[in-house]
Write a protein that binds this ligand. Structure first.
Ligand code: ADP
Ligand code: MG
Length: 345
């Protein structure tokens, strides 16, 4: 977990927009040669060679996060990380981010500094430059929008549409933990509302809670592709749950697939908590979301290169479009996969 500091006293309305921006961005130093001019002018100036990939995401209080259990520093960190995940899902190297933020007047400078501490930490961790953004007020709550830029590999960006029949379907990390982390936090939050003296014991849930509050993007996997000399034929990041992402990938590639229940990588802590909550682990691994792992396909000939890697698990293979998208259960039943991903609407 990231450490927190607590004395929130200066309302943002006492500072005004320019002083606030100054305060939040004064420590920012551009580190990449591709950042010619960062924060401070009407626009940033960048110089990139090759194909640029760009992605943006919004986080709305009450829709995407709840400040009841999302510490501000984690919010800033996560806002950057989820955007970087989209850049890595193109096989690209993330380079710069822009952060736009709207907050109500009830917010304090110290609270904003917490969010920015998380943003700066994420930028440092992933080696990206914060090169601009916008700051404005909202009638209610916080809205955060992050735009991330990156450079595609020389061989081109890895699209969702490149999967071919007989390719292997591979996933990184393990699935479902972030969702169960949220369930644990929501349960503790309910108990706390009834009994404010309640001291949460999150020890048995540290991995799950960390996956929810401090997700990481798989920058390491992009480096691993290079080291292993593997170029995925298609790729997508798993933000909305395995089932919706595999459906996106198959739809855009115009293929079907078979995904084997017994192959889905699950953490032992996730399995234990599913038992405690009396929920089906496969269902949650398929539909949970927020794992920010990568789902990709490779040529069968590349299997030897990845098979010994603990970060990657082959979970199925691509079939003809007429086969549609199916889960093969442990009991050897074939079940069509339907999207159950988290919906904003
Ligand atoms: P403008 O009036 O041209 O929009 P601003 O005063 O909003 O300019 O921004 C001044 C500089 O500060 C710009 O470089 C802008 O990108 C940067 N900036 C503004 N808000 C943020 C923010 N929340 N995070 C990072 N940079 C910001
Ligand atoms: Mg502005």
């Amino acid at each position: 977990m990231l450490e927190q500091k607590k004395a929130y006293k200066t309302p943002v309305e006492d500072l005004g927009e320019f002083a606030l921006i100054e305060q939040l961005t004064k420590s920012v130093i551009a580190t990449l040669p591709s950042t010619l001019h960062g924060i401070g002018d009407d626009a940033a100036v960048l110089k990139h060679e090759g194909e640029l990939v760009v992605s943006t995401d919004m986080l709305i209080e009450g829709v995407h996060f709840d400040l009841g259990y999302m510490p501000l520093k984690h919010l800033g960190y996560k806002a950057v990380v989820v955007n970087l995940s989209d850049i890595y899902a193109m096989g690209a190297q993330a380079t710069q981010v822009l952060v736009s933020i709207a907050v109500s007047n009830r917010f304090t400078l110290e609270a904003m500094e917490e969010i920015y501490a998380g943003i700066h930490l994420a930028c440092k961790t992933y080696g990206v430059d914060l090169v601009g953004g916008d700051t404005t007020s909202s009638k209610q709550g916080i809205q955060l929008s992050v735009t991330a830029l990156g450079i595609a590999p020389k061989s081109g960006p890895i699209m969702r549409s490149g999967a071919k029949e007989k390719d292997l379907l591979v996933v990184t990390g393990d699935l479902g933990a972030a969702y169960m982390g949220l369930q644990v936090l929501a349960r503790e939050n309910e108990v706390f509302k009834v009994n404010p003296n309640h001291k949460a014991d999150l020890d048995p849930y540290t991995y799950l809670v960390e996956r929810q509050l401090k997700p990481e993007a798989r920058k390491d996997i992009i480096a691993l592709f290079q080291a292993l000399e593997v170029t995925p034929t298609s790729m997508i990041d798993i933000s909305d749950g395995l089932s919706s992402e595999v459906l996106h990938l198959c739809k855009q590639s115009e293929v079907g697939c078979r995904l084997y229940e017994e192959k889905i990588p699950l953490d032992p802590q996730f399995i234990a908590v599913c038992e405690e909550f009396n929920v089906d682990s496969t269902t949650l691994a398929l539909s949970g979301g927020e794992d920010y792992e990568l789902l990709f396909t490779i040529k069968q000939a590349d299997f030897q290169k990845i098979k010994a890697n603990p970060n990657m698990t082959v979970i199925g293979h691509i079939t003809d479009k007429s086969d549609s998208v199916n889960l093969i259960t442990r009991g050897d039943e074939l079940i069509p996969i339907k999207a159950q991903g988290w919906k904003a609407f």
